[in-house]
Write a protein that binds this ligand. Sequence first.
Ligand code: BES
Ligand code: MN
Ligand code: ZN
Length: 459
Amino acid sequence: MPSVFETGSAAKAIPITFASKATWDAIRQALPAEARQFADANRFAAKPGKCLILPAADGAIAQVIFGIEEESAKSRDPFRAGALPGLLPAGTYRFANTPHDARLAALAFALGSYRFARYRKTDNPEVRLVPPDGVDAEDLARMAEAACLARDLINTPSNDMGPAELEAAAREVATRFGASFACIADDDLAKGFPLIQAVGMASSRAPRLIDFSWGDPAHPKVTLVGKGVCFDTGGLDLKPSSGMLIMKKDMGGAANVLALAQMVMDARLKVRLRVLIPAVENAVAGNAFRPLDIFKSRKGLTVEIGNTDAEGRLILADALALADEEKPELLVDLGTLTGAARVALGPELPPFYTNDEALAADVARLSRQEHDPLWRMPLWPAYDSWLDSKVADITNAPSGAFAGSITCALFLQRFVEAARSWLHVDIYGWTPQAKPGRPEGGECQAARAIYKLLSERYG
Ligand code: BES
Ligand code: MN
Ligand code: ZN
């Protein structure tokens, strides 16, 4: 997708004036008499999200007024301007005044112009924006492009996004930035990564572990791990149809890790980056893994399968174990791991987990700053024993129905020992209902906030 940002001259761009209930009166007074009458005739009152397109004498578009909340409004949507690309006719626009946060508004504008066009041409008008003065437009374009990548990968249905296609997508990103790319499959996977093999073996589309590295080996090691379940039927503990419906998004962790990696490499951050993506399809077949099967994981812990639908933590466990072997400075994993995370916090607010207090504070601050919402939940030690199995070292699915996102995080924690610090995010990866800047469908979650964290630390 080409950038929505137009770096040419602002002189010919159509001005967009942001108005709130408090500022509308003064803005209205300053309009030329005809424009004021036009606004009044349209009963425009600068309600948040409402757009008024003012004509010039020759019938062209003279300017646009767009309603936003007061800065102090409790329910203020910092991405309000993300609705504009869906409201405006084709053309090049600029901000005539400063919305509360011009940088976030411009980012929202870019995120709001995304359309998933792989299977049907959209006839959306081409709406472009001259970036506001003083913002780093290159950085905004980088973030918007990464979000589009994540969304495209998630939105692509599973028939066109299996483990092989996910590998191809990762290879494309890796080679564009000169990363060294490897992919482990077949016997090597079965021998070295028994849990990835167990989850993926029932599919005719072979499981694999994508592994690429980039950057100066002398720089701090940052490793990103993303859950790449290209479709999650639940395995033999099959999901009901309502739960299975959007499981093409179950590679949302992988998609967001690729988006994050792309931003890190494009910005040339001073890290030695490693990306690990276990890519599988959790399918149903005669050779599928079964409830109460026991596998010896890469790390050596034996894992009893309480439920084949708790497959994400299994494939991440083996990938995290590999990542942990080289003692990275920072180990991050993202995955669409539990329905319980949605019960707790809903689709827009993924929980994150870490025992590194400084990291937690940075993630919380930057998620707010970037409007990439994340909320800390605890690695509650008292629940760790819920993972006990009677016959193996650990079960992948505790029998109780409580604290499902926490117990998943605790399961993953068993596979991380040597990493200096570890961050786990239980994302949703999907916008169920369109909001400004967030079209319905696949969503980029956590990647922008973590990109900013890495920029601050290693920029
Ligand atoms: N991919 C699902 C989690 C999921 C479901 C995320 C719906 C977002 C929306 C995951 O593999 C899963 O099925 N988890 C189970 C775990 C349970 C069996 C312990 C869940 O959450 O029900
Ligand atoms: Mn599952
Ligand atoms: Zn899953």
